[in-house]
Design a protein around this ligand. Sequence first.
Ligand SMILES: *[C@@H]1O[C@H](CO)[C@@H](O)[C@H](O)[C@H]1NC(C)=O
Ligand SMILES: *[C@@H]1O[C@H](CO)[C@@H](O)[C@H](O)[C@H]1NC(C)=O
Ligand SMILES: *[C@@H]1O[C@H](CO)[C@@H](O)[C@H](O)[C@H]1NC(C)=O
Ligand SMILES: *[C@@H]1O[C@H](CO)[C@@H](O)[C@H](O)[C@H]1NC(C)=O
Ligand SMILES: *[C@@H]1O[C@H](CO)[C@@H](O)[C@H](O)[C@H]1NC(C)=O
Ligand SMILES: *[C@@H]1O[C@H](CO)[C@@H](O)[C@H](O)[C@H]1NC(C)=O
Ligand SMILES: *[C@@H]1O[C@H](CO)[C@@H](O)[C@H](O)[C@H]1NC(C)=O
Ligand SMILES: *[C@@H]1O[C@H](CO)[C@@H](O)[C@H](O)[C@H]1NC(C)=O
Length: 839
Amino acid sequence: MAPTSLAGILITAMAFLSCLRPESWDPCVQVVPNITYQCMDQALNRIPDNIPTSAKILDLSFNPLKHLSRRSFSNFSELQVLDLSRCEIKIIEDDAYQGLHNLCVLILTGNPIQSLALGAFSGLSSLQKLVAVEINLEYLEDFPIGHLKTLKELNVAHNSIKSLKLPDYFASLHNLEHLDLSNNQIQNIHHKDLKVLHQVPLLKLSVDLSLNPIEIIEPGAFREIKLHELTMRSNFNSKDVMKTCIQGLAGLKTDRLVLGEYKNERNVEKFDKFVLEGLCNLTIEEFHVAHFDYFSENTIDSFNCLANVSAISLVSLNLDDPSYFLNNFRGQQLKLVNCRSNVFPQLRHLPLKKFVYTENKGVSTFQNIELPNLEFLDLSNNGLSFKQCCSHIHLGTNKLMHLDMSFNDVINIGKNFLGLEKLEYLDFQHSTLKGINQFSVFLPLKNLYYLDISYTHTHVDFYGIFSGLISLQVLKMAGNSFQDNNLPNIFTELANLTFLDLSKCQLQQISLKAFNSTPRLQLLNMSHNNFMLLDTLPYKLLYSLQVLDYSFNHIVASKGQELQHLPNIVSLNLTRNEFACSCEHQSFLQWVKDQQQLFVEVENMLCTTPLYMQGMPLLSFRNTTCGMSKTAIGVSVFMVLMVSVVVFLIYKFYFHLMLLAGCKKYHRGGSTYDAFVIYSSQDEDWVRNELVKNLEEGVPRFQLCLHYRDFIPGVAIAANIIQEGFHKSRKVIVVVSRHFIQSRWCIFEYEIAQTWQFLSSRAGIIFIILQKIEKSLLRQQVELYRLLNRNTYLEWEDNALGRHIFWRRLKKALLDGKPWNPEETEDSENNHQEATTSN
Ligand SMILES: *[C@@H]1O[C@H](CO)[C@@H](O)[C@H](O)[C@H]1NC(C)=O
Ligand SMILES: *[C@@H]1O[C@H](CO)[C@@H](O)[C@H](O)[C@H]1NC(C)=O
Ligand SMILES: *[C@@H]1O[C@H](CO)[C@@H](O)[C@H](O)[C@H]1NC(C)=O
Ligand SMILES: *[C@@H]1O[C@H](CO)[C@@H](O)[C@H](O)[C@H]1NC(C)=O
Ligand SMILES: *[C@@H]1O[C@H](CO)[C@@H](O)[C@H](O)[C@H]1NC(C)=O
Ligand SMILES: *[C@@H]1O[C@H](CO)[C@@H](O)[C@H](O)[C@H]1NC(C)=O
Ligand SMILES: *[C@@H]1O[C@H](CO)[C@@H](O)[C@H](O)[C@H]1NC(C)=O
Ligand SMILES: *[C@@H]1O[C@H](CO)[C@@H](O)[C@H](O)[C@H]1NC(C)=O
């Protein structure tokens, strides 16, 4: 097959496989089995088959569905939420959603709808929220939703709607609470547009008209109309248009009016006192203003019209000094959020009950206020410092119940809340508290039930710190520290405490009596501390304790009392500790296993020691070996080790031991050499490099007789062989190779040796077969062949293991020659033992 055609087939096959993908593999994410499915952006053109009919929440957004025909979803009658955002839907046929009796939320955002059948939404008998943002809608009259009597929220923002004319069907949308018409093309609002609201008042309705380019509001258009909320942000391109339009709102009654702009949509460049004068003819409960750039002293008068308003929120404004226009305010609630000003508002003698001043910029120091009716004060997130805190002198009230000073700078506690005895809620978190250890600062706060001093850089070394807080139920003090990292007995008066957060406090120990007076405690958070042992003894009186969080500590095990002191516990979080999964702690480990249902993520409680259990679940600990006594295990392990060491040493130094055993007599024999080596000169390399090296330089040391160096020069060769070779050597090593058999000289040497062997009756020939030799060649030397068959011989093998065995056997054979007197052989065994023991 040509390579090109092969490549062609491969490419076709791969293309085929990749086409298969959307159908054969599951495109959706099952978020909650049988309930929630997420199929976003999967190039689907219909609902995938594998979505079960029990599905309640289905996200099909960003799929090219294009066309919704009749009963497209009828198989999914349980659906409650259906998201069809940006599905390129152009056509929705009659009864497209038929069968979705339970659908509450339908999202159609971003579909370029061209054809919407009159019965498109029929069958949606429970629909509460319809999001039809950016669907090319021009006329509300054309939107076939009149029968959706359950509808609470209709969002048709970001369309091309030109008129606020509310169609007659609004009269039947009794439940409508929120109508979002923002970001459309509405320019003029006429009296007749809101006729339906005159006929059938929708008292709960909030209308958002923001981001419409409104030019004219016909005076009286809103007369006698009551709305819950009207929002008009970034509607006007100049202050004059704004002024006339606000006048046009005359007669409107609303709980909340929201005016202003958006951060990135600024049109009204200047603001003066006349802009808001129309507000005098409105009835407003709460007034909200956001994002007006220029808003200062000359607007004071406009706030005169807000005298009867009960709540004002000023969000993201530039205010030189807010007190200028606020000092006439007679309402009860004031919010200043994210505003920039130069001074802390000098609020005096206002009837305010609630003052929220958060996330403001430009002011660094708190100034005393005087608000005798104030009950709720939120000063959080301003980065303020407080030179003195806190008493009725600083806050100018005796009625304060809620005080939030969190996320500020340094707060000096100089006064112990004198005159603020009504306080119930106090939050200092993430501010730096100074002076809290000097005296019992909370002493008069008999009504306080909530106290948060988390992350206030508090180092507790004063035991009276919480004295007087007899009603306290919630105490949060994470991220602080204690003297000696020991939790002292500081909760003595907190008899009603139910929630205590002591996480991240570097704690290592708990004083035994710390919780003796808090019998109602239900939740105790000890996570992220430095505890090494789980000690439940201090909790023995906490009969109400249900949740105990000891995660992120260094707990190895418990102190052994375990559950007996936590009788009513429901949830125990011991994840992320450093458990020792060893027999020493088996009762703790067994307890965890027995009480699994109590533990949070018990399968994620992991062992840290011993090393071989590291990272394994604590539950995988097996106690089978724990029965044996420790000493038994220790001794047997030691024995096994010792035996192995001895065996190893004997194996390694076998010849050294042999040598020691027989060393005294070793040289007594008459022989000068241990062996005379007969070999072919062709094998001289092997003899020099292997044989001589291993035998003459190894242990024990052997002396070989080699003709190339040991024969006496000048003496006849035969004489040399006999005198030097045979007579002075105990053994004869014959290196048999192909060369040896072919060399006559070797044959000669060998024959002499044989004769000599018989004569001296010493069993001393060692054959070494250097290379495999064919039998036919060997048979030419009948005698040698016979001898080889009769005697054992050594075969040379050129690999690590083979060599090792070869040399051991050869050395053994050489030693075996009984060089000393034959009758001493019997003693060699004893000598051997002596040598070992004396060593
Ligand atoms: C999902 O539904 C199938 C069929 O109705 C059922 O067998 C299965 O147990 C359900 N799974 C869950 C998690 O409820
Ligand atoms: C509904 O389910 C039936 C049977 O499972 C199937 O034949 C039909 O095509 C499905 N209808 C839709 C609109 O998916
Ligand atoms: C608004 O109130 C002023 C008096 O404060 C009055 O002169 C004016 O006619 C009122 N305008 C409307 C439209 O009611
Ligand atoms: C405030 O209410 C009082 C009494 O209800 C009324 O007389 C006064 O005109 C109102 N002021 C404004 C600005 O609406
Ligand atoms: C403690 O709580 C109980 C019940 O919630 C209540 O009856 C009692 O008055 C409280 N004690 C104090 C000192 O607030
Ligand atoms: C305990 O505090 C840590 C951090 O401070 C927090 O993550 C954890 O949720 C708290 N535990 C409980 C049970 O509230
Ligand atoms: C410990 O477990 C509880 C219960 O699940 C959980 O609320 C808490 O956040 C956990 N603690 C931490 C530090 O995650
Ligand atoms: C080991 O665990 C089993 C239960 O799994 C228990 O019955 C047995 O007593 C334990 N053995 C030891 C030695 O603790």
